[in-house]
Design a protein around this ligand. Sequence first.
Ligand code: MSP
Length: 519
Amino acid sequence: MSEAFYVTTPIYYVNAEPHIGHTYTTVVADMLARYHRLKGETCFMLTGTDEHGDKILEVAQERGTTPDAVATEYAQLFKKTWDQLGIDYDRFIRTTDPDHRLVVQSILQKVYDAGEIEFKEYEGLYCVGCERFLTDRDMVDGLCRDHERAPESRSESNYFFNMGAHFSWLAETIEAHPDFIRPEHYRNEVLAMLSEESGLGGELCISRPKERLDWGIELPFDNRYVCYVWFDALINYLTGVGYPDGSEFETFWPVSEHIIGKDILKPHGVFWPCMLHAIGAPLPRHLNVHGFWNLDNRKVSKSLGNLVSPQVMDERYGFEAFRYFLLREMVFGQDSSFSEPLLIARINADLANNLGNLVSRTLNMTGRFADGLVPRAGAPGEAELVIEETAARVTSEVDEHVLSLRPQRALESIMGLIDATNRYLELREPWKAAKDPERADQVPTTLYTCCESLRVTAVLLSAFLPQTSHEIFSRLGLGNALEGAFLPELTRWGGLEAGLPTRKGPPLFPRIEVTEDSK
Ligand code: MSP
């Protein structure tokens, strides 16, 4: 049986349009799923929307409509956006889906029956933006650190999950599996949250009285309450693969990879493992945490009103170019800055100059000196062997980087192969060699080496830039080059057959001239 791979994005709140932050997480997940498919693994990618909670009710009230109508409108917007941008997810889950409600209720009942849920009075400061009660550490000058708004004082009788009972188990588990939360820095943050000094407290309020909020999943053991939105939302990762007894659950849960932004580390790094432990389910394989995209040094988010829309980026630059920028620019785990001049500089340097040049020079010369057909190579010389070795090295580096969640390094490595091939072309100068009787017989080998390097590049790029990769295959006379073939065979040197009809085509990524608008 082939290996399996399961990747999830956070499910997005239905109160904001898709922006750069959502797009980054989604693109990383899509890239990982594509890469693992390329290795012949059975893959499942889950994304969707988080639709319950005060936040959505607030939007509905502001607009004089129902939460259900708001949720449906935004869920469709997210789904349509990912569809248009070519995100290849396997399920788009909505927390209002009937199967999800059943799973959440069955888990609540299970935890309740195990005696881990208690009913009592609670008083605290609640942030609607975070959908939770805040601790002192969550606030600066009386305002929520993330949302820059004042929390409300609330006192309620509620149900509490005794997650603290699982803290010492969780801390030990994290210590014993140091790469469960990665990069390392976030593992340490979770360990700090679990320590007594953090003030986190071991009780998680998991209910909301219906008299205040009736937009949610009803508690199976008390119909006066609905479930707290985070307890409901996290469970989507189980519903998505058929928990508790679907065969997909058995296949995919043990190999699950969550991708999240650093602002939701606490629910994923603390609440979720405790919930899973309480129901006797294993932990996901990894919790992968990325940083924030900043604009003018502030986090891009709906509440701060500075959106970078993936559709606008698509219209202006093409989604593949934006996707490249996101994956190449951000060091996974750290914060990055977004600006259009940075985006343009990246596109011009890497895609227009480096990749675009190699494609156009190789295919133009194959047209001129080989009747447009992939030539047959002669015996390789030293320079050809260097390219062949570079391709093999880059293939293994890409694998290592992707598996260790370093997309930026994987792309850097692929650019290195393209760069080496451009330099090889300069060295061999087929445009001159073709006219030189002493060197003319080198030309087919030179052009074959470039075409083959482009093929390997297109294979490696396929998870990152699927459309661009497809276009390169098509120009090399290869149809669906990825069908029925997998890594590492796909990148084995010499896989390109001589005689295939190539096609020049327009520039893959035209150079973008910097205008006053984009400065
Ligand atoms: N609904 C919760 C997640 C529940 S998962 C069981 C949520 N939704 S969200 O729509 O607010 O955010 C979703 C993701 O977008 C989070 O991973 C968050 O980190 C990410 N981003 C939002 N703004 C961001 C940036 N400016 N930069 C990078 N990602 C950030 O949280």
